[in-house]
Design a protein around this ligand. Structure first.
Ligand SMILES: C[S@@+](CC[C@H](N)C(=O)[O-])C[C@H]1O[C@@H](n2cnc3c(N)ncnc32)[C@H](O)[C@@H]1O
Length: 437
């Protein structure tokens, strides 16, 4: 027999920053689904796990955050494609679980009997409730959950989509939990519209600004949802989106020059590579590290071996292989030989934040190596490039063909210490903030 109520959550990605779902008691009258791209054996949960990693809409978008938004907003469509129909679908973030003692039928009925069958709580922060979309976007940037570049793009995208929507309107709802009637035509249309806009990746990966924009555009208000319908018994992991900044920077540069050929030196577990949006992508890794052992680079070899046989030019090259100064220097110089005229090289881990993390050989998990030494050497010897480092994600160095005035150093780069770097960091690296990038 068909069940009338379904709960869903989503968990995507393969890093240690993922929320941990709590255990909970199920009501046998209802269905409970966790949509994911993680192998079921790795998940010990009370949800029924549905792996949708190969779904075309999931493959289409780049990051794990974006992937998780497909089931979050479109599970009604997914479930219908599996032949499952419900009167009500309730979503919660994966660290929350539905409270078995609540009267879910009552909320299902409320949604069914409303023109706009959507249940949601107003945002818990007053300044966001009052200041609307723009207020939240300011806070998203300040909290390091996305970057200024993305906020600017989001604002202009939303304004050009419908300029009559007031982005400062004092109406703002939270998306941590919500419920809806999947048979309500307005709801279906709006969720479809949400996904078609979100999947373009022209806007921030945070979903609240877009959803609230659509509520205003369609002049609808959700039914108020009590926030205690779900229990907080899982583990909420505060994700530092700034750790993914390298990927955002690479995608911004690809977008900026319409790049079609991307090279990544040092694939690792392909976390970054899989989220880079470019027509042709090539990766190089000898697969000697723990994280790269199971990955599948285009060229399974060292960067030196790769460049020795390469005859292809690239628009954007990401250098993230062996983090030793002499190797990084070789990788940069080789990359310059195969970089197209207006292309960019991005070098990871150029600005270590402690002495220990840059010591070679590697002695701790959080490690940048001494890539910074290669950077400083090129800053002091090659006048035919322009170089700066974005101060995020351990320093993302960006190199273009061009010109720079050379640093004057009083000693060989190999003799420089971390203390020297620390004192001269801004000048030597040509450090810029993520907002100025
Ligand atoms: C930090 S991981 C790369 C992470 C990945 N770029 C990301 O952002 O998700 C460094 C990788 O460089 C690879 N590597 C080590 N020596 C290399 C070399 N000489 N040439 C190319 N890659 C190398 C290692 O096997 C490891 O997988």
């Amino acid at each position: 027999m068909d069940k009338s109520i379904c709960f869903i959550t989503a968990l995507f990605g393969n890093d240690d920053k993922l929320d941990v779902p709590g255990r909970f008691k199920r009501n046998p009258e209802y269905d409970y689904f966790l949509f994911t791209d993680i192998n079921e054996e790795c998940l010990d949960v009370d949800w029924d796990v549905i792996n949708i990693k190969d779904h075309p809409e999931i493959i289409k978008v780049s990051s794990s955050v974006r992937k998780s938004r497909y089931p979050k907003f479109m599970s009604w469509k997914l479930l219908e494609s599996f032949g499952k129909k419900y009167d009500a679908i309730f979503y919660c973030d994966a660290w929350l679980t539905p409270d078995i003692n609540k009267n879910w039928e009552e909320f299902s009925d409320k949604m069914k009997n409303n023109d706009f069958g959507f249940l949601q709580a107003p945002h818990h922060i007053k300044s966001i409730r009052n200041g609307g979309i723009l207020a939240e976007m300011t806070l998203i940037r300040k909290a390091g959950k996305d970057i200024q570049h993305s906020m600017v793009k989001t604002r202009s995208y939303l304004q050009s989509y419908d300029s009559s929507v007031n982005l400062s309107e004092s109406q703002y709802y939270a998306n941590t939990i919500f419920g809806y009637d999947p048979n309500n035509e307005t709801v279906r249309k709006m969720l479809d519209e949400f996904w078609s806009m979100y999947a373009t990746e022209e806007i921030t990966h945070r979903d609240q600004p877009l959803w609230n924009f659509l509520l205003l555009k369609h002049n609808v208000k959700p039914i108020n949802m009590p926030t205690d319908l779900f229990i907080r018994n899982g583990v909420y992991k505060k994700r530092s989106y700034m750790n993914d900044i390298r990927t955002q920077i690479i995608n911004i540069l690809i977008d900026k020059i319409g790049a079609e050929h991307y090279l990544e030196i040092g694939l690792g577990d392909a976390y970054n590579f899989n989220s880079v949006s470019c027509k042709n992508k090539v990766s190089v890794d000898p697969c000697i590290s723990d994280d790269s052992r199971n990955s599948n680079p285009t060229f399974k070899m060292t960067s030196d071996e790769f460049f020795a046989q390469n005859n292809q030019n690239f628009d954007v090259i990401f250098i993230d292989g062996l983090h030793h100064a002499d190797q990084v220097e070789k990788d940069i110089n080789n990359s310059l030989r195969f970089l197209k005229k207006n292309g960019y090289i991005v070098c990871h881990d150029i600005s270590p934040t402690s002495e220990a993390m840059q010591i070679v050989p590697q002695a701790q998990k959080e490690w940048t190596g001494d890539c910074w030494r290669a950077w400083v050497k090129i800053r002091s010897t090659n006048p035919n490039v322009y170089m700066f480092v974005v101060n995020a994600d351990m320093g993302c160095g960006i190199i273009q063909k061009g010109s720079q005035s050379l640093l004057r150093l009083s000693m060989e780069c190999s003799e420089l210490t971390y203390e020297h770097l620390n004192v001269n960091r801004k000048l030597w690296l040509n450090l810029v903030s993520i907002d100025d990038f």
